[in-house]
Design a protein around this ligand. Sequence first.
Ligand SMILES: C[S@@+](CC[C@H](N)C(=O)[O-])C[C@H]1O[C@@H](n2cnc3c(N)ncnc32)[C@H](O)[C@@H]1O
Length: 279
Amino acid sequence: MATSTKRKRKKGSENWRTAKGSDIHELYELSVQDPEGEIGTIDRIWNDQRGRVARSMREDFCGTAAIAREWVKKRDDNMAIGVDLSTDVLEYCRNKIETGLDDTQADRLQLIEGDVLTTKTDPVETILAFNFSYFLFKKREQLIEYFKGVRDQLTDDGLFILDAYGGSDSFLEMEEDRDLDGFTYVWDQSHYDPVSGDVVNHIHFKFPDGTKIMKAFTYEWRLWTLPEIQELLLEAGFRDAVVYWEGTDEETDEGNGEWTEVETGEACEGWVAYLVGIK
Ligand SMILES: C[S@@+](CC[C@H](N)C(=O)[O-])C[C@H]1O[C@@H](n2cnc3c(N)ncnc32)[C@H](O)[C@@H]1O
């Protein structure tokens, strides 16, 4: 969802891709995920809030479990659990584990095919809900139920880390594209209803040969705001709920990938923030 950078790729270049030869899960990871950067942010939040880093984590709505896979590589005593409903995406993830992790790393990563509302795991230090996946809970009661379940499954000093997006552009029906390595990622905010707050967003992929994968992913969400999410975290029993805001790169005037705890944000066109539910 970042600002577009237009770059032309010549036919025949190394990473030339086509719709037919592409896997949507791989394209998704290349487009919107940065597991090393995310773990840097998680470690920073942990150091800020608890003066140490976490070892055990659960990645809810894990999809390809890119962060969980990186987590078990990061430290020899890190363990991770990934939870997702989709058999298809977990299959992709299992292949990635087989080819990308050694046995000791793979042994410290458990995948659960299940619903985050009903899956119960032993307490972990940190639970993640990234790429706005919990926005699919459109009613306050549902979101509180999910948040309560998360809180119950954290250790006594646990932290729940989730992200959110917003800004004036998030209320518009618009498309944004970014040229990546051999393909174009399209974020399509196809529908926004100001009465309910409901949005329908699609991800499309386009290729240099003119082929396309339209609606590779579709998200029907409620566009929750930061104060609403903070209030619901407190209602669910978290002791505190704080917001981390991204700093600005002075040269480009864009986000610099460094988040710090703040009391106030900035009324910009588009932002991504992290929230932390503190148990
Ligand atoms: C937006 S993707 C997020 C993937 C990944 N967390 C990320 O950061 O990019 C949402 C994922 O949530 C999963 N999902 C949707 N509803 C779920 C539920 N109730 N319980 C568990 N997983 C769910 C979908 O199968 C999908 O893989």
